[in-house]
Design a protein around this ligand. Structure first.
Ligand SMILES: [Zn+2]
Length: 136
């Protein structure tokens, strides 16, 4: 199954920020996203509008929450990120460098390629940071 989300780098960063900044009972606010992403709120509003039209987020009273599709996209991107990071680090690339470089394209990899890459690096259970890689 091909599983790609037609999003831009900024939209990718925004999805990651929303997921990683929210706590279970307190969704993230626009202003917090703007601070973390170091963008002006009007810029973030434009990104959020696009994510909303793609069905990845909902906005409720100033709060921003990922939809199920949004959470799915987060999980998919972060797994690709961790698999690619493993490949880079195994090749001798510094971890922080690997993390930064991989962030530029982890959201463009399709699931078949991600699975092949994962097999190639030995189906790791965690990334070099020690964070879990989940296989659905
Ligand atoms: Zn990373």
């Amino acid at each position: 199954m091909k599983e790609q989300f037609n999003i831009t780098r900024r939209e990718r960063d925004c999805v990651i920020t929303i997921y990683e900044s929210a706590s279970p009972d307190f969704p993230v606010r626009l202003s917090k996203i703007a601070t973390i992403m170091q963008l002006k709120p009007p810029t973030v509003i434009e990104i959020l509008k696009r994510l909303e039209s793609k069905g990845l987020i909902n906005r409720e009273r100033g709060m921003v929450v990922l939809t199920n599709a949004g959470k799915e996209s987060y999980n998919f991107i972060i797994n690709c990120h961790r698999i690619l990071e493993t490949l880079f680090v195994d090749s001798g690339i510094d971890l922080e460098e690997a993390c930064r470089e991989v962030s530029a394209f982890d959201y463009m990899v399709d699931s078949d390629s991600a699975m092949k890459l994962s097999t190639f690096v030995g189906t790791p259970k965690t990334c070099p940071h020690g964070k879990p890689i989940i296989y659905g």
